[in-house]
Design a protein around this ligand. Structure first.
Ligand code: NAD
Length: 312
């Protein structure tokens, strides 16, 4: 696949991140954005980031920042941007109509073999690709922010997607150093957000019901579960947590798990008095003014970078 061309449509936060990931793998990347000037501004931003990463010895791949930048171009003409591409990564607004417009336009400009991939976080493949004629080459490649340090990509097929298309996307993601997982069928929220929302729901209920503070529930993850989840998942955790492995774990703990799971409450409203209380509590810890949020985001990205190094 090396040396091949990938077109990134939409050059916001995620479009720029995908571009950097593909460049690190030695792919030629052509960025298109329908907002005049946006794609060339994206190149300026990417140049700055690649140079900083090189300075910090955190640049991914075997090429220097300058070599990676030489593979990059921006286009305000979609046809030009798509010329020669084998893979199109769509990164426009999370809006079904915007996705429909883009894929309709793109399909009219590329041959049948070109893979059409969407970055959508929450839209189902059967909705995203409903305006595409040949849906066998359509796939969702859902990244996690920031993809440069958090490598997971969820590959989600449309019901008509060919297995060979999943395989190409899987090889591409592996080749650029991401960690792809395959969903065997589409489901609302894919896998990551379903698990994330289960965690959010229970954390919210525990705070709302006065069991624990906002500060302490976040520590349950960051100082407890999160420590091992950076390396092993929940199923391996079960397997390792009993001397006899998973079967022993089930014998010892399944009754207790079922008892506790049966006490989980209903879907939180995320509104009204409980929400106001939780907003107040988190804002006392981290005020919602940009300056404070920026500091915490920078800290998050710095620590993620260190963790990514450690995982390597
Ligand atoms: P963004 O608002 O930062 O960027 C969107 C870009 O798309 C803008 O530059 C805009 O000019 C461009 N655009 C809009 N319509 C277009 C069109 N018709 N043709 C070409 N360009 C167009 O958004 P983002 O955060 O980068 O999100 C992009 C996609 O990635 C969304 O589907 C989102 O759900 C998904 N995603 C986001 C995150 C995240 O954390 N931000 C994580 C995973 C997936």
């Amino acid at each position: 696949l090396k040396g091949k061309i990938i077109t990134v449509v939409g050059s916001g936060l995620i479009g720029r991140s995908w571009t950097m990931v593909f460049l690190s793998g030695g792919y030629t990347v052509k960025i298109y954005d329908n907002e005049p000037g946006q794609a060339s501004r994206a190149i300026t931003e990417i140049r700055k980031q690649l140079e900083e990463l090189q300075q910090a010895k955190m640049l991914r791949g075997n090429l220097t920042a300058a070599e990676q930048l030489s593979l990059l171009s921006s286009h305000h003409d979609l046809q030009q941007a798509l010329e020669g591409a084998f893979f199109v990564q769509e990164c426009v607004f999370e809006d079904l109509k915007a996705k429909h417009t883009v894929f309709h336009e793109v399909e009219n400009l590329v041959t049948e073999s070109v893979i059409l991939s969407s970055s959508t976080s929450c839209l189902m493949p059967s909705n995203v690709f409903s305006c595409v004629q040949n849906r066998t080459r359509c796939i969702i490649s859902h990244p996690v922010n920031p993809p440069y340090y958090v490598r997971l990509v969820e590959l989600v097929p449309h019901p008509e997607t060919l297995p060979a298309v999943m395989d190409v996307a899987y090889s591409l993601m592996t080749d650029v150093g991401q960690a792809p997982v395959r969903l065997r069928k589409e489901i609302d929220g894919f896998a990551l957000n379903r698990v994330q929302y289960a965690i959010i729901a229970e954390s919210w209920r525990l705070v709302q019901d006065g069991v624990i503070s906002v500060k302490d529930i976040d520590l349950v993850m960051s100082e407890g579960l999160g420590m091992r989840y950076a390396f092993i998942g929940p199923i391996e955790t079960m397997h390792l947590n009993a001397p006899e492995g998973m079967e022993g774990y089930l014998q010892r703990y399944s009754e207790g798990m079922k008892r506790v799971i049966n006490t989980f409450g209903s879907v939180p409203d995320f509104s009204g008095e409980p929400a106001a209380r939780i907003v107040k509590e988190i804002c006392e810890l981290i005020p919602a003014e940009q300056e404070h949020l920026t500091v915490r985001r920078e800290r998050r990205d710095q620590l993620l970078m260190e963790l990514a190094k450690l995982k390597k």
